[in-house]
Design a protein around this ligand. Sequence first.
Ligand code: COA
Length: 185
Amino acid sequence: MGFVEPEPARPTAALDGRSPATDNGAMEAILIAPARRGDSARLAAMSRRLIEPGLEPCWTAGRIERHRRHEDSVVLTARIAGSIGGFAIMQYGEDAAHLNLLAVEPVHQRQGIGRRLVGWLEETARVAGTFSIRLEVRASNHVARAFYGALGYGEAGSVRGYYQGTEDALRFERDLAVRPARRDG
Ligand SMILES: CC(C)(COP(=O)(O)OP(=O)(O)OC[C@H]1O[C@@H](n2cnc3c(N)ncnc32)[C@H](O)[C@@H]1OP(=O)(O)O)[C@@H](O)C(=O)NCCC(=O)NCCS
């Protein structure tokens, strides 16, 4: 098999539903769904602001739009009250899927949106028969390191100068066949 078939990358009813953003009854609806035509410029701006500060931006609207249209990629958004509160880009390969980008607007962070975006993409990978997810984070990004650690990703080495020769990357990887240990024992 080459890259995974496009069909499993489409949202299922179970994964595409609306649900509360908070556990306190505020019932702010979040819609997790593939990006729409016209979203790419906004997503590129989020990437510049939240993921690429201090780097030469390389996730242009055109590049994101190419991923949105490509059958081996998913550009996923979390929409809150109609506007984009978070997004992720995943590329599905034969042996592994690569999580290219993930960001949640600061005002919506720590509400479980990042976890839901990644969970949606992981479920899609499982359905497609791709059981390994890989990604890189900037070595200085301690929040992302804590986030991926909390989601069951393990550090899998580092790459010197990965980010435009100015910053190292840490590689993270998760084997989806291994269920994370329950936190409540
Ligand atoms: C990393 C990021 C996507 C996390 O999104 P989020 O929606 O805030 O994360 P969640 O609310 O789903 O958090 C899930 C778990 O990750 C961990 N976590 C998340 N943010 C954390 C923080 N600031 N400090 C420590 N742990 C954190 C926690 O264990 C959290 O669970 P808890 O809230 O029950 O304790 C978000 O901080 C972000 O967009 N950062 C800027 C962009 C970025 O760094 N992207 C990743 C690299 S591409």
